[in-house]
Write a protein that binds this ligand. Structure first.
Ligand code: AMP
Ligand code: MG
Length: 266
């Protein structure tokens, strides 16, 4: 799964990243068992993160519409203990949020020790949608890469593990998924006509994603470009990456306050 990690300093070209890639795995092939096993392992590691109370975990999900941010959240994080997990969704900023620096609303939502927080969209919108729609001058969004790297560095130094996932789908796959939303009355609520306007800006978004990911994949906050045309494979990649990163924290259950071997329960 490490092959999806963007090495710091490399120039990303999304055209070279196949959204259909499944690394030779096929659906069937006992893949649901493998995903289940991975998710169970993640669940146990999350329990340990909560108990140890030393690290926070921040997961950033960015993607084009329909690429599966919601689906990833419900599948991969379903198995976690809700006591230690929170989702923060970032919409277009309110007037109050806009009157502050772009990280103001973000910092507030970052995980405390022991906590897992999933960002459904994030501060990256401030170099993506904001750039594509010219909401601020180029000089402003350009310098945000460095601001973001410094911010994430500070979080990491203070004990937050950061993993950033770009869920990569093709434009054809998006067409299919938007059509499914139109065809299924239970999905109409998810259909937003403005998604069609954004879809027209696909090349601009790809350019913005390439530049952002290239500039901000760092040793302390790496990006993963997750092939996401196949939902099961997307879930497998995200779950496996979580498992590996949590394992690497080498966590331990805290020592009991007293010598428990002497405790007698009357
Ligand atoms: P959704 O995630 O589909 O509910 O849509 C949220 C919308 O908020 C998307 O269209 C985002 O592009 C938009 N959004 C999120 N953050 C920002 C931001 N910082 N500036 C402008 N628009 C944003
Ligand atoms: Mg949407």
């Amino acid at each position: 799964m490490d092959k999806y990690r963007v090495k710091p300093g490399t120039r990303v070209r999304l055209k070279d990243c196949d959204p259909d890639d499944t690394d030779g795995y096929k659906k069937g092939d006992g893949i649901s068992k493998k995903i289940e096993k991975t998710e169970l392992a993640v669940n146990q590691l999350q329990e340990l993160l909560y108990a140890e109370h030393k690290h926070g975990l921040l997961i950033v999900l960015q993607a084009m519409d329909t690429a599966g941010k919601d689906g990833t959240i419900s599948h991969v994080f379903d198995t976690m203990n809700p006591q230690g997990v929170r989702v923060a969704s970032f919409k277009a900023p309110t007037p109050e949020e806009l009157s502050h620096d772009f990280l103001w609303r973000i910092h507030e939502q970052t995980p405390s020790k022991g906590e897992v927080v999933i960002f459904n969209r994030s501060h990256y919108e401030d170099v993506l949608v904001v750039r594509v729609h010219n909401l601020v001058p180029k000089a402003v969004w350009k310098r945000r890469y460095a601001i973001i790297n410094n911010f994430e560095r500070a979080l990491a130094d203070e004990g937050t593990t950061i993993l950033k996932f770009f869920l990569h789908i093709s434009q054809d796959e998006q067409k299919k998924r938007l059509q499914e939303r139109l065809d299924d009355p239970t999905k109409h609520w998810k259909f937003n006509p403005s998604d069609l306007a954004e879809r027209k800006l696909w090349p601009d978004y790809m350019q913005a994603y390439e530049d952002s990911i290239s500039a901000t994949s760092t040793p302390w906050a790496p990006w993963y470009i997750v092939p996401s045309n196949k939902k099961w494979y997307r879930n497998l990649v995200v779950a496996s990456t979580l498992e590996k990163s949590l394992k690497a924290l080498n966590m331990h259950y805290p020592e009991p306050v007293d010598d428990l071997s002497k405790v007698v329960i009357e």
